[in-house]
Design a protein around this ligand. Structure first.
Ligand SMILES: Cc1cc2nc3c(=O)[nH]c(=O)nc-3n(C[C@H](O)[C@H](O)[C@H](O)COP(=O)(O)O)c2cc1C
Length: 329
């Protein structure tokens, strides 16, 4: 089986031999991000979790799994109720708090309780207030099955988790394709018809679809240089000789703790990063790789944007900078 789709294989292995590679491969499956909450013996408990899945419509069941080493495992295993709090794109800080080792996660945030006394938050895209239906063995995790007593659907865009980092969903770039049966047969007609359908597309949709296509090209630059998304972003976070702890890297990279720790271990093994006193710094070799990556990205920019007249490029930068300042003020 070793030759299966050999050209596009980046990594293949046995999970017990390479848990990091296994986790990276699992990261190819994109999910949403939840905070699971419960109240046990009068004390609130909560963990960030992406192992959530819908299970059954009749009865209405959902499931997720909690690591046996989690400080909250007993609370969830013994509680009669829990709540699935589905996060929006504005709630990365909340995801970071509830995946941290903070002594009191609830002291750092505003929260309320559902009618079954499970903590809940403002700004979610959905919540599922559950009764604990079953708890099963799941290796080093427990599988918690909940019967949904009440669902609440809010306006908003869900936060995603993919390839070790928090992400947002965008319309698929091919969404603008002509409706079936309307495809012109000549290639020049096709081009004209495609242009006219793009002309009528909402400007924001057009921007988003160009952004998606450009960022998927950047993946290739990383892979050609032997780093994945999380390793590439970690290297970039350590640019300019920065000496950062895992917490400081997480704060700016929007990578999860697990992805950051895995990326750092791989980079240290390859002597691209060195560690001392709990802080990480790029080695000479790491700084060289960063330069190569940046050259690769610049080459990509030239390839994709180089054919545009300079005036258009200047105008594009001005418009996008203004927009960025306005949207992220
Ligand atoms: C995006 C993301 C998804 C996670 N998914 C899970 C999960 O499904 N189950 C789990 O036990 N831990 C998961 N974790 C890790 C926990 O949030 C983390 O171990 C937390 O610190 C446990 O808290 P506790 O020890 O206070 O109970 C996830 C972390 C992140 C950032």
């Amino acid at each position: 089986m070793d030759t299966t789709y050999a050209d596009s294989v980046l990594d293949r292995g046995v999970p017990t031999d390479d848990p990091r590679g296994f986790r990276r491969c699992l990261g190819q499956f994109a999910t949403g991000v939840n905070i699971m909450t419960t109240t046990h013996d009068g004390t609130p408990a909560g963990v960030t979790a992406n192992s959530f899945s819908s299970l059954s419509m009749d009865p209405p069941l959902v499931l997720w799994s909690i690591g046996r080493t989690s400080r909250s495992v007993q609370a969830f295993a013994e509680s009669k109720h829990f709540c699935v709090n589905v996060l929006s794109t504005d709630q990365i800080a909340l995801a970071q708090t509830f995946s941290s080792k903070s002594a009191d996660k609830f002291a750092e945030t505003d929260w309320d309780t559902t009618r079954n006394s499970s903590p809940t938050f403002e700004g979610l895209v959905a919540s599922f207030d559950c009764e604990t239906y079953a708890v099963h063995d799941g290796g080093d995790h427990l599988i918690i099955v909940g019967k949904v007593l009440e669902y609440t659907h809010f306006a908003g865009t869900p936060l995603l988790y993919s390839q070790g980092r928090y992400a947002v969903a965008e319309d698929h770039p091919e969404l603008d394709r002509d409706a079936p049966g309307r495809e012109p047969s000549h290639s020049s007609d096709k081009h004209d018809s495609r242009r006219s359908s793009l002309d009528s597309m909402r400007l924001t949709t057009l921007l988003a679809s160009v952004g998606t296509a450009l960022s998927s090209e950047a993946d290739k630059v990383r892979y050609v240089n032997g780093v994945d998304f999380a390793q590439g972003r970690t290297i970039f976070t350590l640019r300019h000789g920065a000496r950062l702890t895992v917490e400081e890297i997480i704060e700016v990279s929007y990578l999860t703790r697990q992805a950051t720790e895995d990326a750092l271990s791989a980079l240290i093994e390859r002597q691209l990063v060195s560690a001392s006193d709990g802080a990480y710094v790029l080695s000479e070799k790491g700084a060289d790789l960063l330069r190569t990556l940046m050259l690769g990205f610049e080459h990509l920019d030239r390839l994709q944007l180089g054919a545009l007249p300079n005036d258009d490029l200047v105008c594009l930068r001005r418009v996008l900078t203004d927009l960025h300042l306005k949207l992220y003020e």
